[in-house]
Write a protein that binds this ligand. Structure first.
Ligand code: RIB
Length: 299
């Protein structure tokens, strides 16, 4: 075990308005459904909760509005013991996502950032970065705040795990501070400027080579390809009947981060992350379906 077993997640927190629909709408189409559920979500918050459920001490740093959604958005993190001491209130509304989920668990998501735009890297003290086993970043907050935090983490020798989701242009200045990149196939092809049909292992190797970091590519319900210390690894995902795939990638990131922070070497942390992400697809909602550590071995 490392002396720094905590996961520090800097990122977004939302309320997800989750609607089950018989088929996802196409452009210009309206679909009707009976009801919706407001549930806690947001990539950063989901990842912090997953790390906690994987057994790590987890700190979430974000921004919520001073509104009812702000309370709901943080409820599960609070209940599960994620440290929220550095999460602040903003004058904007709490971030909100509209999540439509079809009958085979596929989704369509739109996010209004709201309070997530007000997150500041100086909410995080150097001491906290120094004590963390890994700093986790994603892309639903202003990129310059991610850049500042990544620079400070590198300066303090704390590894940075960057989840390029959703995919937008990222400056090399940020990528230069990254130790682990986690992406899905679409995000990997976007970053490598490759056609999506190109072999995903080749894209992963290319990214690892040109940026000198470890790369993990998640492939929906399929396998996970990783290039770790220049070695190519493949992990098949267990077969499941998906109800809702929302947050599966975040569960993967949180479990992987917990393994890194706890000093796991070898491939156990990647294998657990793959199983946890599959397990997260068999219930509705991003956070509500993140499995606890003891459920992950049961699948
Ligand atoms: O990754 C899933 C998350 O993306 C949802 O919880 C939603 O809030 C969006 O941020």
């Amino acid at each position: 075990m490392s002396a720094r077993p905590s996961v520090l997640v800097f990122g977004s927190v939302n309320v997800d308005l989750v609607m089950r629909v018989s088929a996802l709408p196409i452009s210009g189409e309206t679909v009707l459904t009976d009801d919706y559920q407001p549930l806690p979500g947001g990539k950063g918050a989901n990842q912090a909760l997953a790390a906690r459920r994987a057994g790590a001490d987890s700190v979430f740093i974000g921004a919520v509005g001073d509104d009812a959604h702000g309370i709901l958005a943080l409820a599960l993190l609070e209940q599960d013991g994620v440290d929220l001491s550095y999460t602040v209130k903003s004058n904007r509304n709490t971030g909100c996502a509209v999540v439509m989920v079809d009958e085979v668990g596929c989704n369509l998501i739109g996010v209004a950032s709201g309070a997530n735009q007000d997150i500041q890297s100086d909410q995080v003290a150097d001491e906290l970065i120094d004590q963390a086993g890994v700093v986790v970043l994603q892309q639903e907050i202003p990129i310059e705040q991610n850049l500042r935090l990544a620079q400070r983490a590198q300066h303090l020798n704390t590894p940075v795990l960057f989840n390029l989701a959703p995919a937008t242009h990222v400056p090399n200045a940020l990528l230069n501070h990254v130790d682990w990149l986690v992406v899905n196939e679409v995000e990997a092809a976007f970053l490598a400027s490759s056609p999506q049909q190109e072999d995903i292992t080749h894209i992963a190797e290319q990214l690892a080579d040109s940026h000198h970091f470890n790369v993990v590519v998640t492939q929906g319900p399929g396998s996970v390809i990783a290039v770790v210390d220049a070695q190519i690894l493949t992990f098949p995902a267990p077969a499941i009947q998906a109800v809702d795939t929302t947050g599966a990638g975040d569960t993967f990131v949180g479990y992987l981060a917990a393994g890194i922070a706890q000093g796991d070497t070898g491939t156990t942390h990647l294998e657990r992350a793959v199983v946890a992400a599959s397990r997260a697809c068999i219930g509705l909602g991003a956070q509500t379906s993140i499995p606890f550590g003891d459920e992950v071995n049961l699948l």
